[in-house]
Design a protein around this ligand. Sequence first.
Ligand SMILES: C[S@@+](CC[C@H](N)C(=O)[O-])C[C@H]1O[C@@H](n2cnc3c(N)ncnc32)[C@H](O)[C@@H]1O
Length: 221
Amino acid sequence: MGLAVGGEDVYNERRMEMIELLKGPRYGIKDERVLEAMEKVPRHEFVPQEERLRAYEDSPLPIGFGQTISQPFIVAYMTEALKLKSTDRVLEVGTGSGYQAAVLSHLVKEVYSIEIVEGLAKRAAKTLLKLAYENVKTKFADGYQGWPDKAPFDALIVTCAPDKIPQALIDQLKEGGRMIIPVGKEGHVQELYLLQKKGGKVREKVVMPVRFVPMTGGGRK
Ligand SMILES: C[S@@+](CC[C@H](N)C(=O)[O-])C[C@H]1O[C@@H](n2cnc3c(N)ncnc32)[C@H](O)[C@@H]1O
């Protein structure tokens, strides 16, 4: 018999379609660990009730407070670029819904995530607790300064765009560590940077054009 629209089976089916799209020729995500993590995380639990049926669509979605949950491809691409290991400790700036943090939690030892909008920080913490993502620690703060007392990190992922890469975040990256971060002004084409710290030096490359919400707080004076 058919299931009620919005039943768990509907979400499971849509999640599998999302994974197929990510793996397919359009997006070409190859890292099996990333794909498995995204197969496990119930993305619909991270969006407002009225957006749930759209949770697995190939687009960002509103999550309230003028913010968005990123498009699944962007989550997959940024996560894959970090080449994460199960022993890693990762910092995310821009918790938003908590979805990206949940994906990371399947891949690494510890996730630290900072959100500047209190309502979002509280809601994400509640969702992550409800779904028992125990290796994720969240904080309501300005992520421009990173999380100094938990640094250094093996990897950093920034999901809001500053005008330039905050030095505090570079400083909190371990030797050999990677950072993925969008840079640029709101309303303009921004660039997604991949950084790696090697021999105390930072090597950076632009990997693709993107459009993210701005980093506020110290990132916009
Ligand atoms: C595209 S959304 C994040 C999506 C999120 N990673 C998810 O999985 O839902 C960007 C988030 O960055 C937050 N943000 C903007 N500036 C920030 C700052 N200085 N520190 C921490 N969070 C910030 C915004 O409030 C917003 O929730």
